[in-house]
Write a protein that binds this ligand. Structure first.
Ligand code: KG4
Ligand code: ZN
Length: 378
């Protein structure tokens, strides 16, 4: 049973309706993601009511597709796993209600998963699938996405279950949110991360010096804070555009992109919309954000005696982040692992993978499981 356990994962916490089947927490047999990105791009961010409606339209088809790509039927499954939070209440409820109905109708156990734990298991699943030697514990996990910037110390306890201690978090915006907001205020497309990632190599990262202020420790007893703050740099970018009279160029770019919404950030036409000063600003912004993530993460790894690093979430797709984290990890002799690009952003394979240790420990969801939009991990 253990090595062949088949878990159907369902994820609907934000703007992706996703379903996947994973065998034994290591082998994704299917991973289907219906993205609503194009829909929300018109508004420059996720609109909760639209997200719930789209999840409702897609959920049955996406689950059916995940089973069909895995060549399985509902009867073959051993358990159903679903994201219980954190996320948008209405969006989460679509996945939870459908998962509960399946669990009840099929008489299969239901497992509730924290979305943030899912992001961590995206990386652990791929490492297990590659049969890498198991990562040394404790691990320090940086979960960095549009909604979250969290540091967790992760350990495995009895019956292989995982426990997490939150040792750092953003006190305001998430790092991905800063990428999205800065891209928007520079007239670039949505989501902003891939735009900034693609354009940054064309600018000088040292052209505009950005500084991160000191964050007060959470308790007077703690000497150092491993928290993050990204709202200040967004305001600093805005101020820079005002001081340097960039408004007209930004508006022209915004209109050009609105007229051609399918333009890819990597196309020559997109690059032609950028002047050298804006490219320098983009490169400097990314350099500063990645530098801050890097400093806080490695400082926490040292302080808490982590023996390995995991970086996950949408911003873990960033190429400068991967390059600089890998170089620093090599310098310190600390192994670091990232998810493949497909598993960095929201997906359901990570939910099914995180459910596997819970299936082994018979840690099932209560019958009255409901959405917990502010669910914490650790
Ligand atoms: O994990 P995710 O799909 O959803 C959340 O749980 O938030 O992350 C989406 C976020 C967005 O803010 C997006 O701009 C950012 O991840 N992102 C990136 C890159 N690709 C996606 N940020 C920086 N560089 C990228 N290449
Ligand atoms: Zn996420």
């Amino acid at each position: 049973m253990i090595e062949t356990s088949l878990i159907l994962g369902i994820e609907s916490s934000c703007d992706e309706t996703a379903a996947a089947v994973v065998r034994a927490g290591s082998h994704p047999l299917s991973n289907v993601v219906a993205s609503q990105m194009a829909l929300h791009a018109n508004y420059g961010g996720v609109v909760p009511e639209l997200a719930s409606r789209e999840h409702l339209r897609n959920i049955v088809l996406v689950v059916r597709e995940a089973l069909s790509r895995a060549n399985l039927t509902f009867a073959d499954l051993d358990a159903i796993a679903v994201t219980e939070g954190p996320g948008l209440a209405g969006a989460l409820l679509v996945g939870i209600t459908y998962a509960k109905a399946l669990s009840y109708g099929l008489n299969k156990p239901l497992i509730a998963i924290n979305h943030l734990e899912g992001h961590i298991h995206a990386v652990l699943m791929e490492a297990r699938g590659r049969s890498d030697s198991p990562m040394q514990l404790p691990l320090l996990a940086l979960v960095v996405s549009g909604g979250h910037t969290h540091l967790y110390l992760a350990q495995q306890g009895r019956e292989a279950t995982w426990n997490y201690r939150n040792v750092g978090r953003t006190v305001d915006d998430a790092a991905g949110e800063a990428f999205d907001k800065v891209a928007k205020l520079l007239g670039l497309g949505y989501p902003g991360g891939p735009w900034i990632d693609t354009l940054a190599p064309h600018g000088n990262p040292r052209a505009v010096p950005f500084h991160f202020g000191h964050i007060k420790p959470r308790t007077p007893a703690a000497p150092t804070s491993y928290d993050f703050s990204f709202s200040g740099i967004k305001t600093a970018v805005l101020r820079y555009t005002q001081t340097n009279q960039m408004a007209q160029a930004i508006e022209a770019r915004r209109l050009a992109l609105a007229a051609n919404p399918t333009l890819k950030p990597s196309s020559p036409e997109a690059l032609a919309l950028l002047d050298p000063q804006t490219l320098d600003l983009i490169a400097s912004f990314q350099y500063a954000v990645v530098g801050n993530l890097l400093r806080q993460t490695f400082a926490a790894a040292e302080a808490f005696g982590a023996r390995g690093l995991v970086v996950s979430g949408g911003v873990a797709a960033n190429s400068e982040l991967r390059r600089r984290f890998s170089a620093e990890a090599t310098r310190r002799g600390l192994p670091v692992a990232f998810p493949s690009l497909a598993l960095a952003t929201d997906n359901a394979a990570m939910i099914a993978a995180a459910a596997w240790p819970k299936l082994l420990a018979s840690n099932f969801a209560p019958e009255d499981l409901t959405a917990t939009p502010q669910l914490r991990l650790g």
